[in-house]
Design a protein around this ligand. Structure first.
Ligand code: NDP
Length: 292
């Protein structure tokens, strides 16, 4: 292995310790407990797992959490009513609606309704709009892309002037990651399912962020020697040696790419833990903004 392993688990733990320390100080000063409200619609197993781990993280850091579990057939009006009541609830600092929502619901309208000061996922049109505009600052940056940038910074990887390639253009990961890289003065190429000659484009990358949800698609011979590779993908790969019958792998072929890259995140233990750590940071920030 030639690449340096980026230990997202350890780096996320440092972030969490920092958040926990501030939360404890707030408690000692008689300030409120930063509190996250999560909203889960339906019974998707993966979404339920994510929501549970977000609530658990709040508890571990001395923060509060309230979970709202809603049936898959809830109406748009009922969901909007809940969001409005969470906006008005002074004991709630952050609101997270777990995506994706069932297809009969209008996701855009729901995200638009979340008060900008409580938008800890950073997906409201105002926060994303500010992220896209030069010289404007969003109140909250989406957690997974922010976690990717945090890892690059922590490893001392220069973003300014780098050629960055982002695989994927989703609202949740690819697009905000690209906007963040541009705001840090990287030269960014955004790739998607219609991109031609993908391996050739990826070969130009000093920094690669892969977020396509395709098992180990990025091969070793796509990588520029010494590149920093951040693998966001979380895919199940059949593995008979595991009790569950599968294991988690990324969008990058780790075994091949680690021999060429300068830095690489593992899956699991790379970007995943950073997402929750950044959410905790955003929830604390929300409480601090609302103190004022
Ligand atoms: P989406 O399915 O919303 O988006 C996938 C993107 O990849 C799209 O832009 C799509 O292009 C592009 N794409 C798909 N196939 C190809 C291909 N063959 N070549 C090039 N581009 C392609 O996924 P998400 O952004 O939500 O998630 C991506 C991955 O990241 C998933 O594995 C997900 O589980 C993981 N994830 C991990 C998180 C973490 O905390 N670690 C958090 C969130 C997601 P097009 O736009 O043209 O359709």
């Amino acid at each position: 292995m030639t690449a340096k392993l980026i230990d997202g688990k350890a780096i996320a733990q440092e972030v969490r310790d920092g958040v926990a320390a501030v939360v404890a100080k707030r408690a000692a000063a008689g300030k409120s407990k930063p509190t996250l409200a999560t909203v889960l619609v339906g019974d998707r197993v993966d979404s339920a797992t994510y929501v549970k781990s977000k609530g658990k993280a709040c508890e571990e850091l001395g923060m509060g959490s309230v979970s709202h579990y809603l049936p898959a057939d809830i109406s748009q009006a009922e969901l909007e009513k809940l969001i409005k009541s969470l906006n008005d609830d002074k004991t709630v600092n952050g609101i997270l609606v777990q995506l994706p929502l069932p297809s009969h619901l209008n996701e855009e309208r729901v995200l638009q309704l979340i008060s900008i000061e409580k938008d800890v996922d950073g997906f409201s049109p105002i926060n994303i709009g500010r992220l896209a505009q030069k010289g404007r600052e969003p109140l909250f940056v989406p957690c997974t892309p922010n976690g990717c940038i945090y890892l690059l910074d922590k490893m001392g990887i220069q973003i300014e002037g780098a050629n960055a390639v982002v695989l994927g253009r989703s609202n949740i990961v690819g697009m905000p990651a690209s906007l963040l890289l541009v705001s840090r003065n990287a030269t960014v190429t955004i790739c998607h399912s219609r991109t031609k000659n993908l391996p050739d484009v990826v070969r130009q990358a000093d920094i690669l962020i892969a977020a396509i949800g395709k098992t180990e698609m990025v091969r070793g011979d796509w990588i520029k020697t010494g590149a920093a590779v951040i693998d966001v993908g979380m895919n199940s790969k059949p593995d008979a040696t595991k009790k569950s019958g599968y294991r988690l792998v990324g969008d990058v072929n780790f075994e091949e790419v680690k021999e060429v890259a300068g830095f690489i995140t593992p899956v699991p233990g790379g970007v995943g833990p950073m997402t929750i750590a950044m959410l905790m940071k955003n929830t604390l920030r929300a409480a601090e903004i609302q103190d004022k």
